[in-house]
Design a protein around this ligand. Structure first.
Ligand SMILES: Cc1cc2nc3c(=O)[nH]c(=O)nc-3n(C[C@H](O)[C@H](O)[C@H](O)COP(=O)(O)OP(=O)(O)OC[C@H]3O[C@@H](n4cnc5c(N)ncnc54)[C@H](O)[C@@H]3O)c2cc1C
Length: 430
């Protein structure tokens, strides 16, 4: 290795890469954080809610200074059918600082600035084209004509896990059942209008998830997050469902915006952003090999995302895996050993942390969600029909018992046996 080699090159300034660079720089290692976008965050998107526990671990002194939008104090889950909606709500100031809505251009820029302030070199507008490999070991990267040597590389390039294949790490082909497409629009509205519409105090916000009509019964759902002076609205649906039913995400998105439960919430809002992005949702089953000679893989590139329907988590996994990758390399640097055997400590760290613990714990969730279409089609229809019947007074005598009401609504959609089976499977998986 030449004398001008960096200790570590980190590819990608999303939450995984920036967290890794920050921890490495704090420990005094020479680190370059390379981002292909013109600034950190400009190429990135998320639904919009960060569970803050990992950020607090990463920045114990100054996490309050991070550009968080609103503290989520209202959680809503809505089942849609036709133009009807049934919503379950949990509102509580006791959520404290469990989660905040975020916008990636601001959050990623702040995280990258923290890494720079700690001593990392941030190179934006630079795309890593290739890994440099010598005798089977990763020894740097090539960006265009430039070769940059390093003792180790952390790949945090997001959902498209391309670079690790060059180092012969086992990376499965993207399975359309395990990958979803997300489409999101951001609408600008004055802060006081958002607070009135969502019944929240200044600084507080709402998170609303939708299932059913929003994806026309396909596996996936919709989301709405209130930011300071914008609303993030979007849909996520599996690539398999999209291909099978030949639906256009943009058309679904337009129908979602016009839905009677959604249109009044964004009324008068000016669309300031529209973007699309992949989400690796297969859980631990789609995890590629994340350790090699001189290379570690973190964040979405490693498939570290957990979608449970009621909670979508990727950014906390990204930050934590970036931190664990960095700590592994700090220990490796102390021994001057960046070989695969030493770097396997990364896996041990991940297993001891919530990253692999949670992914392993919920390992049946992606299969359950993907193989239970009734959750996205029949059940939202049953819920809206049942409650419409319950609340309708038209001179006919409604059935007295909930079971009779449910039976009526289930007719032709699902048997009580199927409901019980789905309930049991769901209980085990989620
Ligand atoms: C629609 C949608 C909704 C979501 N909702 C939530 C949510 O509410 N909460 C949550 O926690 N998570 C959510 N997620 C998941 C979350 O956004 C991701 O898990 C998280 O962004 C992963 O971070 P990362 O750093 O691994 O990757 P990314 O954020 O994708 O960052 C990768 C970075 O690498 C850069 N890059 C890629 N290739 C190269 C290269 N060759 N050279 C240089 N730079 C490169 C990219 O430009 C990018 O900046 C959602 C995702 C989507 C798409």
């Amino acid at each position: 290795m030449s004398d001008d080699a960096m200790d570590v090159i980190v590819v990608g300034a999303g939450p995984a890469g920036a967290a890794a660079a920050l921890v490495l720089a704090r420990a005094g290692l020479q680190v370059v954080l390379i981002e292909r976008g013109s600034a950190a965050g400009v190429k990135n998107m998320t639904g919009g809610r960060l569970y803050t526990h990992a950020l607090k671990t990463l920045c114990p002194e100054n996490h309050q200074e991070a550009p968080l939008e609103r503290r989520v104090t209202r959680e809503l889950i809505s089942m849609m059918s036709g133009s009807s909606t049934v919503t379950m709500e949990m509102a509580s100031p006791e959520f404290a600082d469990n989660s905040y809505t975020v916008l990636r251009t601001r959050l990623d820029a702040w995280l990258a600035a923290q890494a720079e302030a700690a001593g990392a070199m941030l190179a934006t507008g630079v795309k890593v084209d290739e890994l440099l490999i010598k005798d089977g070991k990763v020894v740097g990267v090539r960006c265009g004509e430039d070769e940059m040597p390093a003792h180790a590389v952390i790949v945090a390039e997001g959902a498209n896990c391309l670079l690790p294949r060059q180092a012969s790490l086992k990376v499965g082909e993207l399975d359309p059942h395990h990958v979803a497409t997300g489409v999101k629009a951001t609408f600008e509205l004055p802060a006081n209008v958002i607070e009135e519409r969502f019944h929240v105090a200044p600084g507080e916000g709402a998170a609303q998830l939708f299932v059913g009509e929003v994806t026309q019964g396909l596996a996936g759902g919709g989301f709405l997050y209130t930011n300071r002076d914008t609303i993030s609205l979007g849909i996520v649906l599996t690539v398999a469902g999209m291909l099978e039913k030949k639906v256009e995400p943009a058309a679904l998105m337009a129908a979602f915006e016009a839905h009677p439960a959604v249109a009044p919430l964004i009324a008068g809002g000016r669309m300031v952003e529209y973007s699309a992005h992949l989400v690796p949702e297969g859980g631990v089953a789609m995890m590629p090999e994340v350790v090699g000679d001189g290379i570690l893989v973190a964040g979405d590139a490693a498939g570290f995302v957990l979608n449970l329907g009621y909670a979508v988590r990727g950014m906390d996994f990204a930050m934590a895996s970036g931190m664990h990758a960095a700590e592994t390399l700090i220990a490796a640097k102390a021994k001057n050993d960046f070989g695969k055997a030493e770097l396997k400590n990364y896996l041990t760290r991940l297993k001891q942390s919530f990253v692999l613990r949670d992914l392993e714990f919920y390992k049946h969730a992606p299969h359950f969600i993907g193989s239970t279409p009734r959750m996205f089609g029949a059940y939202p229809k049953v819920a809206t029909d049942m409650l419409r019947r319950l609340f309708t007074v038209d001179g006919t005598t409604p059935p007295k018992h909930a079971v009779t009401l449910a039976r009526e609504a289930l007719k032709g959609r699902a048997s009580l046996w199927q409901v019980a089976k789905d309930g049991l499977r769901g209980g085990r998986a989620l």
